[in-house]
Write a protein that binds this ligand. Structure first.
Ligand code: FE2
Length: 343
């Protein structure tokens, strides 16, 4: 075992009560013996119960029909999410003026992150109106089942459509062992050939068969040759879904100005593109410690962090990179949404 891992050893038991999901980085979480005794399943079930309790508290801000849709499917689809004029102005702004950007590559796909931090968008009314709109943040909190400050930025996914260099996001997977939410407000129409989000309806809920499958996988996950599984992001073949009691995945083929919010504890993937495509969206995500008994205080709400999360994240990554832990994101020149990738 690497020296660094032993330095972290005192944290291993504490991490059992955190969002730590890696079966390889934490030998307790990865222990075959403990997982045979039900450690992984206990974390899954306690986390789900606690998320349910917090979600009940958060539900008062969400319409009843949206809550019912989430309960059934694990995701929400809201067409015409912004007033038409606001949406047109938002898209025009992002087509015409560049924003601070970072890019990362996974296989043949480049993902670009654009800052919507308050200092970066000052004076750009359509963007200021967007970040002041609470809809995406409220839904992220409800679906994730936790309070707190979501990370929201502009995202452009540039897929080169090269099957020889697969993207790990193309296989059906769960992000982690507990409720966590992602949101996409699409700036263009998303067609079948554009690599839409796939989601297995109802897979945010465990079936008995799902729990058996997770238990089996948890026993051998630390040794799994797939690094994503060893890191706690379990993959599943489409042919297995029926045996776990789930239907086929649904593709989010939707018009521009549609907001999709999904609990990515459920099985999902980015459908592989058969040809080069570029898709832009306002993207949000929220994940917190699943064992928090409250929906309140979040360090990201503190002055200096709120409204500046993209900048702070880039600063942390720059420090880590100087310490030799180079992250996947590279700062690139400011970009408009139709601009090509730089990496
Ligand atoms: Fe994912």
């Amino acid at each position: 075992m690497k020296a660094l891992s032993w330095i972290a050893a005192p944290l291993w038991p504490l991490q059992l009560a955190s969002g730590q999901k890696s079966f390889r980085a934490n030998p307790l979480i990865g222990s075959a013996a403990l997982n045979r005794l039900g450690l992984h399943l206990a974390r899954v079930r306690i986390a789900e119960r606690m998320a349910e309790a917090r979600r009940t508290q958060l539900g008062s801000r969400i319409d009843a029909d949206l809550r019912a849709g989430y309960e059934r499917d694990g995701f929400l689809v809201i067409e015409n999410a912004l007033p038409a004029e606001d949406f047109a102005a938002l898209r025009r702004d992002l087509e015409e003026a560049p924003v601070r950007s970072w890019e990362r590559r996974e296989g043949s796909t480049v993902t670009r992150r654009g800052s919507l931090d308050l200092p970066d968008i000052r004076g750009r009314a359509p963007l200021e109106r967007l970040v002041a709109n609470p809809l995406m943040a409220d839904l992220l909190r409800y679906v994730a089942g936790c309070g707190g400050e979501p990370l929201i930025h502009l995202q452009t996914v540039l897929a080169e459509g090269d099957a020889a260099r697969p993207d790990p996001q193309n296989s059906l997977h769960m992000d982690t062992f507990h409720s966590t939410a992602k949101a996409w407000l699409y700036l263009q129409d998303v067609r079948h050939e554009d690599g839409p989000l796939l989601y297995v309806p109802g897979s945010h809920r465990a079936t008995l068969e799902r729990l058996h499958w997770e238990r089996d996988l948890s026993i051998r996950a630390a040794q799994d040759p797939d690094p994503e599984i060893a890191a706690g992001s379990f993959r599943i073949g489409e042919e297995m879904l029926a045996s776990l009691g789930y239907p086929e995945p649904r593709a989010m083929v939707v018009p521009a100005n549609t907001l999709v919010v999904a609990n990515t504890h459920g099985f999902h993937a980015r459908k592989a593109s058969q040809r080069p495509t570029s898709r832009s969206e306002i993207y949000g995500s929220l994940r917190r410690n699943p064992f928090l008994p409250f929906t309140g205080f979040h360090v990201r709400s503190l002055p200096g962090l709120k409204g500046r999360l993209s900048t702070r994240q880039a600063q942390i990554e720059a420090v880590l990179s100087q310490l030799g832990a180079k992250g996947p994101w590279a700062e690139v020149p400011p970009k408009r949404i139709a601009d090509p990738a730089s990496i």
